[in-house]
Design a protein around this ligand. Structure first.
Ligand code: BGC
Length: 385
């Protein structure tokens, strides 16, 4: 059966079931051009596929094992209409030619490493400088976004989940150590999308994994995100140079366009002439999350879109979050429903460690050693207001 019809029927079935208990609006899929068969192919001699899970309240998640990418995320709005709120493409071929970071798990090192260089235990490593020949970005020429993971749908005590695994060999993109990585996306009936990360290594290495979905709570094809209201639980951020590399300074957000401790529209200060906004071409910065104890699962961010009423909260064990406003989008990427992803039509809230940490000994360490486990959780929680 056609995938779209299947999803629609699933949602209708759940809605009807619930209707007997309480009155709920029948969910309507307003977009749905993603078909499983367009994801079933072979890349790097490995099979790619599309996995679909849903919760009891009409949230549907589709994930491909190519790059552990979130392809669609259907979330009901305040009228009960379900809409797809993440960027993506309709087939693997488009992912191979398009923006490879849409919805991906980025690694082995998310964000930038200056000049693609770092030293660990006295040994120098040179990584690809895949960002304009200057820096490493999101793990190199062929990072985890470009790897075929193994994937399966599983049941967990918290809900249905898609489990993805990857073995990144010693020397992959210049990084030392064989890294065994696991990412699990779980949909709970409390309307949470949980992202669990785990990794172990057989040699000392550095690691920074993040989820790189572009969100637009009005719908993935709804245009500019400037009227979303954002909160970031961060008193401080890491200013950058012209190459978006942290200068090393830790700066208070107080009195700047980076102060989102109370709700502000994304667009309110994005055209400010302050140096950091100009250098970032808008927001493309790492915010240091307020935490009493490192590693605790705490509130990081929220975004609210008035028209749809959709409200998303982000909780994480990660120490920081990269807030990026799609400043490099230019409409050249044509995604689901034939939509052109135009300038600033999606935003990313990438929980992670600080960029370029291997070159900043005073930043929280991203070193992972044999016998240790990299273990983190990020929760995206959806509701309406
Ligand atoms: C970076 C942006 C970059 C984008 C690519 C973000 O994490 O901060 O500068 O253009 O990823 O998708």
């Amino acid at each position: 059966m056609n995938r779209t019809i299947l999803i629609l029927l699933l949602i209708l079935a759940v809605s009807c079931q619930q209707k007997t208990k309480k009155t709920v609006t029948v969910m309507k899929i307003i977009s749905g051009t993603v078909e499983q068969e367009n994801f079933q192919t072979t890349y790097k001699n490995l099979k790619t596929d599309l996995f679909t899970i849903q919760n009891q309240n009409g949230i549907v998640l589709q994930v491909t094992n190519y790059g552990a990418k979130i392809v669609t995320l259907f979330v009901p709005d305040k009228s009960g209409n379900s809409g797809d709120i993440v960027f993506g493409y309709e087939k693997i071929a488009d992912y191979l030619e398009g923006d490879k970071y849409f919805g991906a798990v980025v690694g082995r090192y998310a964000n930038r490493i200056a000049a693609g260089k770092f030293t660990l235990d006295g040994k120098d490593y040179q990584l690809p400088k895949n960002e304009g020949g200057k820096n490493l970005l999101h793990g190199g020429d062929s990072g985890f976004d470009d790897a075929v993971w193994t994937g399966e749908v599983i049941e967990t005590p918290e809900g249905k989940a898609v489990k993805l695994n990857l073995v990144s060999p010693d020397g992959d993109q210049g990084f030392p150590g064989t890294l065994n990585v696991e990412v699990i996306y779980t949909l709970t009936d409390k309307n949470e999308l949980i992202v669990d990360y785990k990794a172990v290594t057989d040699k000392p290495t550095v690691i920074n994994l993040s989820q790189h979905s572009y969100f637009n709570l009005a719908g993935h094809a709804a245009g500019p995100i400037l009227s979303h209201e954002l909160v970031l639980n961060a008193d401080r951020f890491t200013p950058v140079d012209e190459n978006l590399i942290p200068t090393g300074e830790i700066r208070p957000v107080e009195g700047t366009a980076f102060d989102f401790r109370t709700p502000h529209l994304i667009g309110e200060r994005i055209a400010n002439t302050e140096e950091q906004v100009v250098l970032g071409k808008g927001y493309d910065h790492n915010f240091i999350l307020n935490k009493e104890k490192s590693g605790d699962l705490t509130f990081a961010a929220s975004a609210y879109e008035k028209g749809s009423g959709r409200f998303m909260e982000v909780y994480t064990t990660h120490p920081a979050i990269q807030f990026y406003t799609g400043n490099f989008l230019d409409g050249s990427q044509i995604g689901k429903d034939g939509n052109k992803y135009v300038y600033r039509s999606g935003f990313c809230l990438e929980t992670q460690y600080y960029p370029d940490s291997p070159n900043h000994p005073d930043f929280p360490s991203t070193v992972l050693r044999p016998g240790e486990e990299y273990k983190h959780r990020t929760v995206f929680k959806f509701s309406v207001k």
